[in-house]
Design a binder for this molecule. Structure first.
Ligand code: ATP
Length: 396
């Protein structure tokens, strides 16, 4: 009798009860996700979010919706508030004002563990004394997930990330790339709704970074989970993102698909921040035409193919942004009606293309002549000069 009484007392903690509870919670979450998906509710919603650290305003009235299954990248210079926004979504920082919803559920004041998110940090944050297997299972064991289930999930995660041979090693016996893969595995094993990545590849060398970038992209294609990814590396942003949110001073400057942000930047900050090498800016006066043109000294660049949102007054100061690949040089430039000799100062061979910096396209302003970058396959050496001009705008 006593035995069965004790058995009843501890039954809520029994393996079977835990397994049942875990399955029930997973099913409830899946249902919530399904309902949200059907209703077209964003996976993550940030509403009028503001956050200050004392007198420092890190986020200002920020709104953002991340669609279900979307890969959204938060991109911006150091200090623009990307990590702070990610930490707010994760629940690691309390917001000053505003709301955060995950699958339509207001989690603004929920603990990080109750948000069903998985976070991957730049510093792998692995437990050094534990094997990879223990690192992967740690969160699940704390959540009292049954051992059989843990085993299954570790096997699946290890297979996806190809870390099966590493399971019994400790972090000190792994390379940086392998450690970061394990760190991703720790989020993956938890079967979360949303993955949050905070500059996960910054500690790796260039080769590993590009390898893991491809793996993360493949992972996203395979799993289809919502991912929010912080980086200041625009190549990472352009290659990974479905959409990029370009941030500056705690605000989103532009939110759009990579090609949209590249070809139709909303302001000069976005235009200058996106693109490597950087966009050239030519200052001059607007001529009404026809066709309308930018006049910079002797240089006249027709703008008839440029899709203006709003055209300034004739004679007004105007800055034209020209991507290096849109600077025509050599014979291509000479064949165009308006070109100018540009002195070649530096040539950087980049494999298929050569990047040139020269002076001369822009109007002299005091003693300063802003350099012009042009990319192409021309093989002329530095020291000489070439005709150059801007190709008419490409708007798509
Ligand atoms: P990085 O790429 O360098 O990590 P970031 O865009 O992620 O930069 P945040 O770390 O989000 O920038 O910081 C945004 C602003 O908030 C910065 O001005 C930063 O100095 C400030 N800040 C961040 N954390 C704190 C803190 N704990 N106390 C005071 N100010 C902070």
């Amino acid at each position: 009798m006593a035995g069965s009484f004790v058995g009843k007392l501890i039954s809520p903690f029994s393996r079977a009860a835990r397994a049942e509870r875990t399955a029930r919670q997973a099913s409830e979450r899946a249902q919530l996700r399904q309902t949200a998906r059907k209703a077209g509710v964003p996976s993550v919603s940030v509403r009028d979010l503001s956050l200050s650290f004392g007198s420092v305003s890190a986020l200002e009235h920020l709104d953002l919706d991340v669609a279900d299954g979307e890969f959204l990248v938060l991109l911006g210079p150091s200090g623009c508030g990307k990590s702070t926004l990610l930490n707010c979504i994760a629940g690691l920082i309390d917001v000053t004002d505003g709301q955060i919803l995950i699958n339509g559920w207001n989690v603004t004041w929920e603990q990080p563990k109750d948000r069903n998110i998985g976070m991957v940090f730049q510093s792998y944050a692995l437990y050094p004394q534990m094997t990879v297997r223990r690192n992967l299972s740690f969160g699940l064991r704390s959540a009292r997930v049954p051992a059989d289930e843990i085993k299954k999930r570790i096997a699946r995660t290890a297979e996806i990330l190809q870390i099966e041979p590493l399971l019994d090693r400790k972090p000190s016996q792994l390379s940086g790339g392998q450690r970061q893969r394990v760190a991703i595995g720790r989020a993956l094993v938890r079967d979360v709704d949303v993955f949050l990545f905070d500059e996960p590849l910054s500690n790796l060398d260039a080769k590993l970074r590009s390898e893991l970038r491809v793996e993360i992209k493949r992972l996203h294609q395979k799993l289809g989970n919502t991912m929010v990814y912080v980086t200041h590396d625009q190549i990472e942003a352009m290659t990974l993102a479905d959409r990029i949110a370009v941030m500056k001073s705690g605000r989103i400057q532009q939110l759009g698909a990579p090609h949209e942000i590249y070809s139709r930047p909303i302001n000069r900050f976005v235009a200058g921040f996106i693109g490597s090498p950087q966009m050239n800016f030519l200052s001059g006066e607007l001529e009404s035409g026809p066709p309308p043109a930018l006049r910079a000294g002797e240089l006249r660049i027709p703008l008839d193919r440029y899709a203006f949102d709003e055209r300034g007054a004739a004679g007004g100061h105007c800055v034209l942004g020209v991507r290096p690949e849109s600077v025509a040089i050599g014979a291509d430039a000479a064949a165009r009606p308006f070109s100018r000799e540009v002195e070649i100062e530096i040539v950087e061979p980049m494999g298929a293309e050569r990047l040139r910096s020269g002076a001369g396209l822009a109007v002299r302003r005091g003693d300063r002549r802003p350099p012009v970058m042009a990319s192409g396959t021309d093989v002329s050496p530095p020291g000489g000069s070439l005709p150059a001009t801007a190709r008419p705008a490409r708007t798509g």
